[in-house]
Write a protein that binds this ligand. Structure first.
Ligand SMILES: NC(=O)c1ccc[n+]([C@@H]2O[C@H](COP(=O)([O-])OP(=O)(O)OC[C@H]3O[C@@H](n4cnc5c(N)ncnc54)[C@H](OP(=O)(O)O)[C@@H]3O)[C@@H](O)[C@H]2O)c1
Length: 326
């Protein structure tokens, strides 16, 4: 497969080369995505790898029992050194399946060891603090992650769901290689402060929700009824007036994508990884066909005319309601 400039990015200053489209491994945990099963998940991971994706994003809490990490370990045991694994610590599920934040040094150490075991490896390439723990000073969590670099358990450290103030506090105690916020055509808050911070500190911006959980993949019809258990129904983006306006945008994107012989998902991901300061888009998938489709975005160079049409469509859409804080 030919490779364009879009394809490869370097993680911070580490020299670690990653594909600009990474596979987001939350859906295969099967917690909020429906119809997930082990064989489809393994096939999706394999398809991602075969099509040129080398970067896999998971977390301690992706699955009540770490299903996502286990699947990656199972899929790539022998090929460990051909892939780049990012995982995260600092969030877990309690016995009632309620999400808990815990990022004290001892918990982060224990979670890292458990993640390595599930992944079947003795190191990860990137270990994130998943989110700040309100009860633990950010610098304390940072110190623990720096110790994990020194112990050889991770090659680099990143943070997710951080404000600029929290980035400063963390960076003072441990160098940040990557920052993971949410970002997509409808949610662009990070352009104001987070991206400039990362550019100043040579940290890679690795974004989640590029497809806004499938809304911007173009496959959800206007009259789609979310099945019970589909985690998307709770987000304002998928409700009422916001939903209608988002569907108007998707109709515009479909016209633009059709004109260049691509799908909505490909157009959206190609736009995302072409944005200044964005290194990688984490594209979630639970089926091989999905990741094969989005991976093709790495081969696309959007013409100025196409970018202008997208800008016009986004202006017509106007500001979207963003997500509540974690
Ligand atoms: N750091 C954090 O706090 C944080 C938070 C959230 C996510 N993440 C990371 O970011 C990744 C991306 O987020 P996400 O997975 O929630 O959402 P996403 O990538 O925006 O959307 C993924 C969903 O879109 C649909 N989809 C994907 N490709 C498609 C295609 N080609 N055609 C039609 N539908 C398609 C699938 O849903 P359906 O098939 O069910 O419609 C899929 O589960 C996660 O997997 C995870 O690694 C991190």
């Amino acid at each position: 497969m030919s490779r364009s400039l879009q394809h490869q990015r370097t993680l911070g200053t580490t020299g670690i080369e990653v594909s600009a489209v990474a596979m987001g491994c939350w859906p295969i945990a099967g917690m909020t995505s429906l119809d997930v099963n082990r064989s489809d998940s393994l096939a999706t991971l394999r398809a991602a790898f075969n099509t040129g994706i080398n970067f896999f994003d998971t977390a301690y809490c992706y699955g009540i029992h770490g299903e996502s990490e286990r699947l990656i370990g199972h899929a790539f045991g022998k090929e460990r050194n051909q892939i780049v694994i990012a995982t995260k610590g600092g969030i877990h599920w309690d016995s009632q399946r309620v999400r808990q934040f815990a990022a004290d040094p001892e918990t982060l150490r224990q979670q890292c060891d458990a993640s390595l075991q599930r992944l079947g490896t003795d190191y990860v390439d990137l270990l994130y603090l998943h989110a700040p723990d309100p009860r633990v000073p950010v610098a304390e969590s940072a110190g623990a992650l720096l110790d994990l670099i020194r112990a050889g358990k991770t090659r680099s450290v990143g943070v997710s769901n951080f404000s600029v103030e929290q980035l400063d506090a963390f960076q003072a105690a441990c160098p940040i290689t990557a920052v993971q916020p949410h970002y997509n055509m409808l949610q662009r808050e990070i352009e104001a402060e987070i991206i400039p911070w990362c550019q100043r500190h040579q940290a890679s911006v690795i974004v989640y929700w590029p497809l806004m959980k499938g809304l911007l993949a173009g496959g959800l019809a206007r009259d789609h009824v979310f099945a019970p258990g589909d985690g998307r129904a709770k987000y304002p983006m998928f409700q009422g007036q916001q939903w209608q306006r988002n569907q108007d945008l998707v109709d515009d994107l479909r016209r633009i994508a059709n004109a260049i012989g691509k799908t909505v998902a490909q157009l959206v991901v190609a736009w995302t990884i072409a944005q200044p300061g964005i290194a990688v888009a984490l594209c979630g998938a639970k089926r091989a066909s999905q990741i094969l489709e989005t991976a093709e975005a790495m081969e696309m160079q959007l013409a100025d005319e196409t970018l202008a049409e997208i800008d016009a469509a986004l202006k017509r859409r106007g500001q979207a309601v963003s997500r509540p804080a974690l």
